[in-house]
Design a protein around this ligand. Sequence first.
Ligand code: SF4
Length: 309
Amino acid sequence: MNDLANAPKPERQRKPDWIRAKAPTSEGYRETRELMRTLNLNTVCEEAACPNIGECWTKKHATVMILGDTCTRACAFCNVKTGMPRAVDQAEPEHVAEAAAKLGLEHIVITSVDRDDLPDGGAHQFVKVIEALRRTTPSTTIEILTPDFRNKARAAIESIVVAGPDVYNHNIETVPRLYPTILPGARYYASLRLLEDVKSHDPAIFTKSGVMLGLGEERLEVHQVMDDMRCADIDFLTMGQYLQPTPRHTRVIEFVTPQAFSAYGAIARAKGFLQVAASPLTRSSYHAGKDFAEMRAARAVKLAKAGAV
Ligand code: SF4
């Protein structure tokens, strides 16, 4: 036997009691899974091993992951497989629209793997998905959660903005100090800039971003990220606990308590975000429809107040 065979297997980390997820056993869960298989669609819910899948799929809320199931990057936290992706599925935009119609979604979240291999990073596929949704389910509000389109022409991002999603989300993921180890292929300020650009192209689009906590970040670093996001005019902040998907992934440094999440949430609201979601099980797309409705109402109140002055 070689040394590798004798090496101790990395252990799974024990989760605290406050991280409880509903088991995926409901009829709604089975129907959602069946539909995704039939339409040949991937979901980040499954690929990222999201702990909320039982709850979300019971309500038929699935986050579709376009452009395949294989990512060109290898972030230390992410469960999506890395490699050379297959060709883009031309039927995918219509299949996404069909899924939205069959699931009866009032709000849909679309994300993708990183496609550094494509000249536009996959931007055109986002555009085609938005167009298909507008044709098929015009009343469904659309939230996109995109990669950073690093080293791609700005026209790629602009084309998505012109297609007119209701919410443009791009996750900052963690504090800048941890980027070299957690997201070696990304750049903190480039991600902030992307969201700032979206807002300056079309101020009507809501911008959204998220961070994972428990990766070794310091409290004041998180506050600084909030300030940076506000400088980029980001409307909505999500904060959730990082969970190690497999022992091969980066370890959890800290399980942040629900009370600490509440405190972060209060600080974020005081800093002026229109909407904040902060709890151990918060994910970018968790309760996204309800949060979108609240954010839209908050903007209307803010605009009304500004008009009254
Ligand atoms: S939180 Fe988002 S990724 Fe997780 S199961 Fe729900 S919809 Fe899917």
